[in-house]
Design a protein around this ligand. Structure first.
Ligand code: ADP
Ligand code: MG
Length: 698
């Protein structure tokens, strides 16, 4: 019997309904209190929860449990233990205790710590995060946990996110109380990440070393057709893709992940999936799971899901849109302008806090999306530029203008869309038009941060956003706290006016892809951190260290360790890419090129010997190929030497600039020549699948 979708949904999740059914009433209440108010959980409650969890898991076929955490690799980690416990005479029972639920002690020595954890202290701790529900996958009970060192330093991506959510909640609640919303006791950040990806055939993938080792193609001549016809975006789903998406949805739904929207993207073989938003913490966990399940389901369909930011040159890469807002425990979206945004002082305060936050910490926003993969997208006219700016849309910009200039803001009437066809339903024009080139856009009742790469954990960007907005709200609170209630509206108005004057430089409603904007942004004094090594230098700047330490998101030690890990990750990524390229050119491309030259030489010699033909075309081609062969060999040997030089650089920061300034350009030079040569090669001589096959065969 197949289950209906509502029955299927969340069937592998230890969710609220299961908890209510399985737990004694008082235990359920105690657990809910912990989840909602972040209070400490007593061991007897944990024990009781553990028993219920195990019972439910075993009923649903689980044999093992694992603490599931998010180390600084950007992936998730797990170590499975079975529930079996011997009870003498060769028998076992299935057992699981509160202690096992609450705390784990994985050996942490092989996870990146950026020098935080000395090797002699290999122990790490995982601690249950009851705010993200446990679930069953592959017959194992997964328990979401935070991961920290023996001395309590965060070694993961969850701990600082939870800290930043608490900070934002505290600051937002304080200011809401000032504004008269005294019934609010907490504010949660909500996140909806839209995920882009590519699908390629598994058998073809298996023949490309670059895809296997680096996740992107390092070589490949462009096929005659790319994305110029704009026929893929929202196009009809091919049967194989559609079958994949169906399966994917079902797997996600079982895990309580509210996958909602799916469609083809701009580039051939590119697609997107968007879930319904959730609290930031759960959304981050779900996005990690989504990326994993995407790959797993693809495998079942003879496909490979590519999550790299730039798998193919010449067509769009993949990103992730981080939709973000704040909601009170009473259910109000704080970025909802309402019908009269100009008069909605609560909205204006929170809107202004976000603008201030993004302006003051644009460098950290940029840093939070920096990676070797994403460097191929940002500023490449397919994704937002590397300059962080905010799109507000006409109406909000007019509202802020009127406050700045003390002019009256007339209530705007919603404009009815004129479609010209009377049979069509009438609807109103959206107040926020879509501006695809903006890195940070207001879209109705939330902001959409569009600079994220497709493979990044959404944790980092949300840590920065939450913390920077919390800091802005803290400062606003300090400015407003002594204002008597009857003067509050006036005081808020004055505060917003001051803030606009100071921060309007970050607002830009125009086209972010133009050169004029780059110039204009420079005049306005905005950051333009073009590459990851550049962006990384800002992490340890005083204003940023102050921000994170004052809100207890990171200690100074945690900042330096994370900085180190990011640098190391960047260097290693390009190191592997460069080595893969050398290997592919030396062992695959050059030999193929030589084969074809041999064939041409034979043909020329044969024709000359038999009929004394001139062979002009063949000779020309041979000369050309031979030229490519020489320069490719030379450049590849130079690259191999530079890789050795890079390996000898001890200082990570210097190393990152060397990879960026010396290794990457050399790789591009090699690629340009190889791609030009590939265009002259017969299809069957290329020793791996071409772009044409990879992009158009599904
Ligand atoms: P698109 O940007 O593709 O038009 P939508 O505007 O419908 O799509 O929503 C995109 C994403 O934003 C979805 O994941 C949606 O759940 C999420 N979203 C909507 N409201 C909020 C909110 N208040 N906070 C966070 N995310 C939200
Ligand atoms: Mg979107």
């Amino acid at each position: 019997m197949t289950k209906s979708i509502p029955e299927l949904y969340g069937s592998l999740v230890f969710n609220d309904k299961v908890m209510r059914d399985k737990l004694p009433k008082d235990i359920y209440k105690a657990l809910r209190k912990t989840i909602e108010n972040n209070t400490h959980l007593e061991l007897d409650v944990a024990n009781s929860v553990a028993v219920a969890m195990k019972e439910w898991a075993v009923e649903n076929g689980a044999t093992h449990f694992t603490h599931w955490f998010q180390p600084m690799t950007g992936f998730t980690a797990e170590k499975h233990d079975s529930f079996i416990t011997p009870i003498g005479d060769g028998q076992i029972i299935m057992d699981f205790s509160g202690k096992e639920l609450v705390k784990g002690e994985p050996d942490a020595s092989s996870f990146p710590s950026g020098g935080l954890r000395a090797t002699f202290e290999a122990r790490g701790y995982t601690a249950w995060d009851p705010t993200s529900p446990a679930f069953i996958k592959d017959r194992t009970l997964y328990i979401p946990t935070a991961f920290c060192s023996y001395s309590g330093e965060a070694l993961d991506k969850k701990t600082p996110l939870l800290r930043s959510m608490e900070t934002l909640s505290k600051e937002a609640t304080r200011i809401l109380h000032l504004l008269g919303q005294t019934d609010v006791t907490s504010v949660s950040t909500t996140v909806g990440p839209e995920q882009e990806y590519f699908l390629v055939d598994k058998a073809l993938y298996a023949q490309r070393k670059d895809l296997i080792f680096t996740g992107r193609t390092l070589l490949g001549a462009k096929p005659p057709k790319g994305q110029e016809m704009e026929d893929h975006y929202f196009g009809t789903l091919k049967p194989r893709v559609s079958a994949y998406m169906h399966d994917l949805d079902e797997e996600l739904w079982k895990l309580g992940i509210p996958a909602k929207t799916k469609h083809n993207e701009v580039a051939p073989a590119q697609h997107e999936l968007a879930p319904i938003f959730d609290t930031a913490n759960v959304a981050v966990d779900h996005n990690q799971l989504t990326m994993e399940i995407m790959k797993k389901v693809a495998d079942k369909h003879g496909l490979v899901c590519l999550l790299h930011e730039k798998p193919f040159e010449g067509i769009n890469g993949s990103g992730k849109h981080n939709n973000w807002s704040m909601t009170t425990n009473t259910g109000t979206n704080l970025l909802e302008p309402g019908r009269t945004p100009a008069e909605n002082i609560q909205f204006l305060v929170f809107l202004m806090a976000v603008i201030k936050a993004v302006d003051e910490y644009a460098d950290l926003m940029r840093l939070s999306v920096a990676s070797a993969g994403n460097d191929h997208r940002l500023g490449a006219n397919e994704a937002p530029p590397a300059i962080v700016s905010i799109f507000l849309g006409e109406e909000l910009t007019a509202v802020l203008d009127s406050i700045e200039n003390d002019t009256f803001f007339g209530k705007q009437q919603k404009v009815q869309m004129e479609t010209g066809a009377t049979v069509l339903p009438h609807f109103f024009k959206d107040n926020t038009d879509r501006n695809r080139t903006s890195p940070f856009a207001f879209t109705g009742n939330k902001f959409e941060f569009r600079m994220l790469g497709s493979s990044v954990s959404v944790s980092g960007p949300n840590i920065v956003l939450n913390t920077a907005v919390a800091e802005a709200l803290r400062q606003f609170y300090e400015e407003l706290k002594d204002t008597p209630q009857d003067k509050m509206e006036e005081a808020v108005h004055a505060l917003v006016k001051r803030a606009i004057l100071k921060h309007k430089k970050v607002v830009f409603n125009g086209n972010g892809y133009t050169d004029e904007w780059v110039e204009e942004a420079q005049k306005r004094g905005l950051y333009n951190l073009k590459s990851t090594p550049e962006a990384l230098t800002c992490f340890t700047e005083k204003k940023n260290v102050d921000l994170f330490t004052s809100h207890h998101i990171f200690t100074e030690g945690e900042i330096y360790s994370r900085h180190e890990i990011l640098l190391e990750n960047y260097c290693k990524t390009i190191h592997i890419e460069a080595k893969t390229l050398v290997e592919m050119v030396r062992r695959q491309f050059l030999p193929a090129l030589l084969d074809y030259q041999d064939a041409l030489t034979c043909s020329i010699q044969g024709k000359k010997a038999v009929a004394d033909l001139p062979c002009t075309a063949e000779s020309k081609l041979l000369t050309k190929l031979s030229g490519y062969y020489d320069s490719l060999s030379d450049l590849t040997e130079t690259l191999a030497e530079e890789i050795l030089t890079a390996e000898g650089i001890d200082d990570m920061e210097k190393g990152s600039f060397f990879y960026h300034d010396s290794i990457l350009p050399k790789m591009e030079e090699i690629r340009a020549i190889a791609d030009a040569a590939e265009e002259l090669l017969p299809d069957d001589i290329l020793p791996y699948p071409s772009y044409e096959q990879l992009l158009f065969s599904i």
